[in-house]
Structure formats: structure tokens, C-alpha cells
Design a binder for this molecule. Structure first.
Ligand SMILES: Cc1cc2nc3c(=O)[nH]c(=O)nc-3n(C[C@H](O)[C@H](O)[C@H](O)COP(=O)(O)OP(=O)(O)OC[C@H]3O[C@@H](n4cnc5c(N)ncnc54)[C@H](O)[C@@H]3O)c2cc1C
Length: 169
């Protein structure tokens, strides 16, 4: 059992320093990448798993502070079950997500939270780097090719309505 005196006192400045140093290292590392995926919904998470496993350095950018997109919580019905059609159960088997077959061949049901967490977990295991709370605003387009060479991003928080300054008299 942990005793009160076992808890190490940590200086708050050191905590901030650790966060800043680690985050800066992370951001520096993802400035150049092979693939950017926009959105941590089920599609983006699934694509990121297989791209990263195939050897591509993959960065997934999500504007919210969560995984699962519109599928989290079960969609518009707000019931915690998602329906998966064959052959997508192969992906469920691959990521270790439990499901039930319902209504005959070709349809399975899955718990929405479990699916999103398992997808996110598999993506992390595959080496995908996540950037949450960041919105992709635009793409960097190059005429040679032509090709998409990157994305323009903005912290989602900075897109929120700014307070209009009230002039003081
Ligand atoms: C109204 C409605 C009801 C539904 N109800 C059900 C249901 O009850 N059961 C069921 O099984 N399925 C339901 N679905 C289907 C299910 O929600 C979708 O199939 C699934 O969520 C699609 O996954 P996705 O990853 O393609 O997109 P989404 O789940 O929409 O994920 C897209 C992600 O991208 C992020 N994103 C978008 N633009 C940007 C940007 N510019 N920068 C950064 N991030 C960005 C979003 O925040 C989001 O997290 C419903 C769909 C709709 C539209």
C-alpha cells in the first residue's frame, strides 16, 4: 500500500517544463510526415491503422478532443450500438473488438465505445501520432504532379468566437 510519505513532491515548474519539452519534440517530429489523415472517426482511425502498419509515417489530426467522431455514443439514435456490415467484421477480428451477429448473414452489432477505443488502441500500437484539438483548414497544393504536399492547421480553440473588445470611455 502507498503511504503518504511515499508520494514524491514535484515542483510545478518541472511539470510545465516536461510537458513543453516533450510536446515540442513531438511537434517537431510530425512536421514532416508521409501521410496526414483528417478526422479520428471510424474511417480515419481504420485508415490510419493500415497505413501505419504498411510503413507510412502517419499523423491523424482531429478537431475535437475525442476519438470516434459521429460514431461515439451510437450516432443520431443515441443508443450505444453500431451496425457493421460484412466483410468489415474482418477488421473487428483484427483489432480484437467483440461483436454479435444479428438478423442473419451480413450484419453484426458492436458496442460503439468499445469499437472506437479498440480502433484508437490499434492505431496507437501501429505507431500513428495523434494531434487532437486541431482543425485542418486548408491543403498545401503544388503544381508539380499536381499533388497535395501538406495541410494548413489551426488550434480548434483559436477558431472559437473571440470576444469583441468593448471600448471604454
Ligand atoms: C445523422 C446520422 C445518424 C447516424 N446514426 C447512426 C446509428 O444510429 N448507428 C450507426 O451504426 N451509425 C449511424 N450513423 C453512421 C455513423 O455515424 C457513420 O457511419 C460514421 O460515424 C462515419 O464515420 P467517419 O469516420 O467517416 O466520419 P465521422 O464519424 O463523422 O468522423 C469524422 C471526424 O473528422 C473530424 N473532422 C471533420 N473535419 C475536420 C477538420 N477539418 N479537421 C479536423 N478534424 C475534422 C470530426 O470531428 C470527426 O471526429 C449515423 C450517421 C449520421 C449522419
Amino acid at each position: 500500500m502507498v503511504e503518504r510519505e511515499d508520494i514524491v513532491e514535484v515542483d510545478e515548474a518541472l511539470i510545465s517544463q516536461c510537458i513543453l519539452e516533450e510536446s515540442l519534440e513531438f511537434l517537431r517530429d510530425i512536421i514532416t510526415t508521409d501521410l496526414v489523415i483528417v478526422g479520428a472517426g471510424p474511417s480515419g482511425l481504420t485508415a490510419s491503422i493500415y497505413a501505419s502498419r504498411a510503413g507510412l509515417k502517419t499523423v491523424l489530426i482531429e478537431r475535437r478532443l475525442s476519438f470516434g467522431g459521429g460514431g461515439m455514443g451510437g450516432g443520431a439514435m443515441h443508443l450505444p450500438t453500431l451496425v457493421i456490415e460484412e466483410p468489415a467484421t474482418e477488421i473487428l477480428d483484427d483489432i480484437g473488438c467483440r461483436y454479435k451477429r444479428r438478423g442473419g448473414e451480413g450484419v453484426a452489432t458492436v458496442d460503439s465505445s468499445e469499437l472506437m477505443i479498440r480502433l484508437a488502441n490499434a492505431a496507437i500500437d501501429a505507431g500513428v501520432r495523434f494531434l487532437h484539438g486541431v482543425t485542418v483548414d486548408d491543403i498545401v497544393f503544388r503544381e508539380d504532379g499536381p499533388r497535395v504536399a501538406g495541410v494548413a492547421i489551426e488550434w480548434t480553440a483559436s477558431q472559437m468566437p473571440r470576444c469583441t473588445p468593448i471600448p471604454c470611455s
